[in-house]
Design a binder for this molecule. Sequence first.
Ligand code: ZN
Ligand code: ZN
Length: 346
Amino acid sequence: MTRLERLGAGLAEPLLVTSGVNVRYLTGLSSSNVALLVEPGGATMLYTDFRYLEKAAAVEGVTIERTMRDVIGALATLLSGRRVGFEPAHVTFAGYERLAGGGIELVPTGGLVEALRSVKEPSEIAAIRRAAAFSDEMYAALAQEKFTGRTERELAWWIEQAFHDVGADGVAFGSIVASGTNGASPHAEPSDLVIAPGTLVTIDAGCRVDGYCSDCTRTFATGELPTELAEAYALCLEGELAGLAAVRPGVSGRDADAVSRVAIDAAGLGERYGHGLGHGVGLEVHEAPTLRPESEDVLEVGNIVTVEPGIYLPGVGGVRIEDLVLVTADGGESLTHFTKELTTVG
Ligand code: ZN
Ligand code: ZN
């Protein structure tokens, strides 16, 4: 069955797909102005404007309807009087008002394509494996670089260049380089801060291959560490290894998350690990399923998720260690392999 047929098989009523990433997943078409109407059973109308007609013609299993530039405006007329599901996370309030104003009965029907996307097909796993291998190559080269005396921003640019050099299509997201006290912020922006000796530097980076992302974090030492940071690193690694060991089909995102917290909580640093254990990765760097305390997701074979505990000490520094893991029948297979032993750089 094609992806469209699999989606159609689970539909009770037509679904209007307006998320560009979901359209890409279902049809292979990348467009900034496109929508699909998928009928129960999978018959699909594809709506787009002149600029994408040629690419759309290559999509199999859809009927193409050319619209003017305003696809939502056209749909308000074309679907008037019908009852259709829509993706509530991917329609703006203005778009909703226009569709409803066209006399369409709109039924919120979120997460269906995201659920399909969360279980990867062999070709998707292959793309993410390649992206993860490029991450390994990037980290191996990075570990040979001099960190101290360079700014976080310089290192972030070096990482982007390195991903291009090893053959990736581009970066999956803006690389995080967080040194010294900046490391206490999980999503610090690379700054003009010059990296100092004797501290930790968190590097969270990923690349793209055929549209699919990698996501991997390593934290490096720039020389002898204060005890507090050395202990935080060891604890974070212990939590990460426990999280990795917990990944298997049937485990809930909540339980895997909880396992990663045991050692960190016992050391009294639970409050300093304030985010979830991980997230799914695919066409987007953050997608289903989620691994965090409030997650209701249950892992299944074919999910690809991150395992990434962190410890953030305000005014001191921070550490995060992140691997990308494929859920297999026997557990989890890490797709990222660069060493997690504390690595000291120059
Ligand atoms: Zn990351
Ligand atoms: Zn991540």
